[in-house]
Design a protein around this ligand. Structure first.
Ligand SMILES: *Cc1c(COP(=O)(O)O)cnc(C)c1O
Length: 426
């Protein structure tokens, strides 16, 4: 069995620790399944990213959609991060975490009127428009509110998929942004709108990108547009690179922030504007694990199954993307054999698995397993399907651990749903 390479989740005397905290001590207190995050991971990765770009005036807007626990948001905010919110719900969460709306940006391909209004009224730093109609709607709503809305336009740079087959999204056929051919004219048109102040050009070319090449290519394309707009008298003040910086789930070799800086800074530095970034996964994915307990093991038709108490309702990525998440025991035993098994949850769906055909050390009921890279796009995608309660979230800080969200209760499952008596009167 291979071990996941992490400085934040390591074995001491055959027991898995997060920083200085024994994982078994946490599960002994709050049970399983449970998400466990390392505060030091978040802090180190934020600093590493910010440090790589210290030579230029820049802002990191943490994309809260990757992990929106209030304490995670606050961890990044306290380090100086801005916050990228994608909906009114994320805006609400960020406010609850203590974030000043002036340090937020409002993004998303389908913002509602109410979301746009919320952004303008609360004076978010800028709103990223993703269509011509949205630009006109923002102008109209800002007019009604008697305000001038700061707006960036998200351009889809259409980085050639033939040369970069490893990018899974962010291409011309994608729903995001405005294609680069239309965008230029639209910037010129929008610059005449009274209730909008155009502030920047924006891109976000996909997610889990592991090479700097597509960034370099996209930045070069958009830098050209930025300069032409300046020549036309449209003075933009920022250039937003977006997020998408890849991480290691299995054997990927992602670039470092420094390598990204080396690739794009030569293009960006002579634009003489502020640079912004919207990383999510890079800052959170490998800062978290999901710990689950083995309920049963069985062999059907020569295939091994490990049935665990975590499910697709807790970690959806394997089901919807076929994503790989590394799994290893919380306690190592001597002389255990490796087997090949599917690790599956209790939900009534064949798609409910955490791993398929995985080489893993043999285990028995009540053993605990750690599912790695569960700090991003994990808890935020959880659901109550099959009447399951969402797991608790724990943040470790050195040798202490803190509950940052408790396990849901059965009352949570009902919220304010109740029998409506009128329905049954006749
Ligand atoms: C999802 C998203 C991000 C964050 O993406 P990561 O891959 O997690 O870095 C940033 N910006 C926008 C507009 C997004 O949609």
């Amino acid at each position: 069995m291979q071990f996941f390479d992490s400085e934040y989740f390591t074995y001491k005397n055959n027991r898995l620790y997060c920083e200085g905290t024994d994982i078994s001590e946490i599960t002994g207190t709050v049970g399983t399944p449970v998400f466990i995050y390392s505060k030091k991971f978040f802090t180190d990765h934020y600093r590493k990213f910010a440090g790589a770009f210290s030579a230029i005036d820049h802002t990191i807007f943490y994309a809260v959609k990757s992990n929106y626990n209030l304490n995670v948001i606050k961890t990044f905010y306290d380090l100086g991060s801005g916050i990228d919110v994608n909906s009114a719900g994320e805006f609400y969460r960020a406010v609850k975490a203590g974030v000043d709306p002036k340090r937020m940006i409002l993004t998303g391909v389908g913002k509602t009127r109410n979301e746009i209004k919320l952004g303008i009224e609360n004076e978010v730093q800028f709103i990223k428009a993703e269509s011509e109609q949205e630009i006109y709607l923002i102008d109209k709503i800002a007019g009604e509110l008697g305000k001038v809305a700061p707006v960036a336009i998200r351009v889809n740079p259409d980085v050639d998929p033939e040369t970069h087959p490893y990018i899974s999204t962010g291409l011309a056929e994608n729903k995001f942004g405005i294609d680069s051919k239309s965008a230029y004219g639209l910037f010129l048109k929008a610059s005449n709108l009274k209730n909008i102040k155009l502030t920047g050009i924006d891109m976000h070319i996909g997610s889990q990108i592991t090479s700097v090449e597509p960034y370099k290519e996209a930045v070069e394309k958009l830098a050209g547009m930025f300069r032409s707009l300046r020549d036309e008298g449209v003075e933009l003040t920022h250039f937003d690179i977006g997020g998408g910086m890849g991480v290691k789930y299995k054997n990927e070799k992602p670039f470092t922030p420094r390598e990204l800086a080396e690739a794009i800074l030569p293009v960006l530095s002579d634009l003489d504007c502020k640079i912004s970034f919207e990383p999510g996964r890079y800052l959170t994915a490998n800062g978290g694990i999901l710990v689950t307990e083995v309920l049963y093991t069985k062999t059907n038709q020569k295939k091994n199954f490990i049935v665990v108490d975590a499910a697709m309702t807790d970690l959806l990525r394997p089901s919807i993307y076929g994503a790989y998440h590394h799994i290893q025991p919380v306690t190592l035993s001597d002389g255990g054999n490796d087997i090949v098994a599917d690790v599956v949850g209790p939900v009534c769906e064949s798609g409910d698995f955490l791993a398929k055909g995985r080489t893993i050390s043999e285990c028995k009921p009540q053993d605990q397993l750690a599912v790695f890279s569960a700090g991003a796009y994990a808890m935020v995608m959880s659901s109550n399907y099959n009447g399951r309660r969402r797991p608790p979230e724990i943040m470790v800080d050195g040798d202490k651990f803190y509950t940052i969200r408790s396990r849901e209760t059965y009352e949570h499952l009902l919220f304010d749903e109740k029998i409506n008596k009128e329905l049954f009167e006749n």
